[in-house]
Design a protein around this ligand. Structure first.
Ligand SMILES: Cc1cc2nc3c(=O)[nH]c(=O)nc-3n(C[C@H](O)[C@H](O)[C@H](O)COP(=O)(O)OP(=O)(O)OC[C@H]3O[C@@H](n4cnc5c(N)ncnc54)[C@H](O)[C@@H]3O)c2cc1C
Length: 284
């Protein structure tokens, strides 16, 4: 028996025939649609727009999301997502997760906590690959200490007036919406809310971060909010309860990262040696 990506994996007793068939479909798709282009996309610093549509057609964008919102949930369990995260890591293109799959961190707060009419508008558009959403937590002054974030949203009539900045926002240059952590109350976690900010609103500006060590094909943005008037119905969850929304959301991300780590560790051993662009590989 030869040692490769599949044979080196620890046997997973929770995967059934359906999970394995999903893995086969994903692998064939990614080998055709992604692997031949990965250096090209890293060097260009972007992934072509039609890839979002192809990922949507393949069911990748919608996996695990409610059927009534355009997702695929019948017969789906968390292991389908785990398999996706392993297989997407096998292609060794780090930035693909933080671009084509970044809705996995931006969208769940909307699915679970937004008002019905917002959810029904936003979620199907994102899952069909025509629109994009990012998650805006980190600020120039810090990311770990979220409880002390300083971007403010002050309620004036039917709007929140947002001022502040977010940085390191994956997919932020192309996002149509950003699920954004803002301060609506006093200091600490009990003054934090989540607000869905449409990036087309006046007062939203964005700049791309310069070249990163890896994840080249994924854009990473700094966002600036200058007196942005966000309709109050774009609040995600209850006012000043945003920290619960954030914590709920980060649990999903941690689980996804387990699949990525398992996949990358095997890719590193048996596949492409680096998940960064070819010029960077030359440096190593
Ligand atoms: C490529 C990339 C993509 C990203 N995408 C997103 C995104 O889509 N959305 C988003 O919101 N954020 C995103 N981030 C930001 C990421 O979540 C933050 O970088 C992370 O939260 C850490 O924040 P920071 O960089 O401000 O570091 P800091 O919080 O300033 O921390 C710096 C160092 O100090 C340590 N430290 C901090 N506090 C303590 C403490 N109390 N005790 C001991 N040690 C401490 C940290 O562990 C770290 O080593 C992205 C970052 C990168 C690099």
């Amino acid at each position: 028996m030869s040692l490769d990506f599949d044979s080196a994996k620890i046997d997973n007793p929770y995967l059934n025939a359906d999970h394995l068939a999903w893995r086969d479909q994903l692998r064939a798709f990614l080998e055709k649609e992604v692997i031949p282009y990965r250096d090209e996309w890293d060097e260009a610093g972007k992934i072509p727009d039609d890839i979002w549509l192809k990922f949507a057609d393949m069911g990748i964008l919608g996996i695990g999301y409610p059927e009534e919102l355009g997702g695929i949930s019948e017969g789906i369990d968390p292991w389908h997502s785990y398999v996706l995260n392993e297989e997407i890591s096998r292609v060794a293109l780090g930035g693909i997760v933080s671009s084509v799959l970044v809705h996995a961190i931006g969208l769940p707060p909307v699915v679970k906590f937004a008002e019905d009419h917002i959810r029904e508008d936003v979620v199907p558009k994102v899952l069909s690959g025509t629109h994009r959403i990012s998650l805006g937590l980190t600020e120039p002054d810090g990311g770990s200490d979220l409880a002390n974030l300083t971007t403010t949203a002050v309620r004036v009539g039917d709007h929140y007036i947002v001022n502040g900045s977010k940085t390191f926002i994956s997919g932020g240059m192309c996002a149509d919406w950003v699920s954004t952590a803002v301060r609506t109350g006093g200091p600490g976690p009990k003054g934090v809310s989540m607000l869905l900010i449409p990036t087309k609103l006046p007062g939203v500006e964005r700049t791309a971060l310069d070249k990163k060590m890896g994840w080249w094909c994924s854009d990473t943005a700094t966002l600036y909010f200058d007196d942005v008037r966000v309709p109050a119905d774009h609040l995600i969850g209850q006012e000043n309860m945003g920290f619960l929304v954030i914590m709920n959301n980060l649990n999903n991300e941690r689980l996804a990262m387990c699949g990525h780590m398992a996949g990358y560790s095997l890719t590193h051993l048996f596949g492409r040696s680096h998940s960064v662009g070819s010029r960077s590989r030359d440096l190593w």
